[in-house]
Design a binder for this molecule. Sequence first.
Ligand SMILES: [Zn+2]
Length: 171
Amino acid sequence: MKKWMVALGLALMVFGAWSPVFAFVHTGQHWADSRISYECDMQGDYTVQCENAVREWNNLSEADFYDGGANAEITTTVANYGNVDWSGYCDWYFDRADNITTSSNIRINTHFTAGYDSNTIKGVIVHEFGHALGLAHEDSLGRGGAVMYSNDERTVYTPTQDDINGVNALY
Ligand SMILES: [Zn+2]
């Protein structure tokens, strides 16, 4: 009986190593470690959804965001940036010697998002924090496969297993 248990364990380990389909794409940069400060300096429901987005990354992945106040490494802004080609935008700064991210700014554009429901707004913010963590766009899994789907037609608003795998591969 004990031999069988060991054999089963090995079989599961082998299966486990082969079964995940990794589709996530990395940006090429990531933070030095998983403990990263942020601030949700938005307004109204945007602040609520920003905090929800951060909490989801913290609960589901190895990311360990903490509130850094005014000196946070990741800052967030919500404003009307007009009819540009983005509803959310993330830029990040990194050391070119080792591709370690040192700061990031997330912008949410009310021109588009003002008409979104809370869940869709949260999805945009989860997506932008995904960029900050080091995830690039992932469209091969379709609208419901990754929160890193490149546009707001996504049907998931929470990190999926693929998004989580992508972050956990970095931290
Ligand atoms: Zn994006």
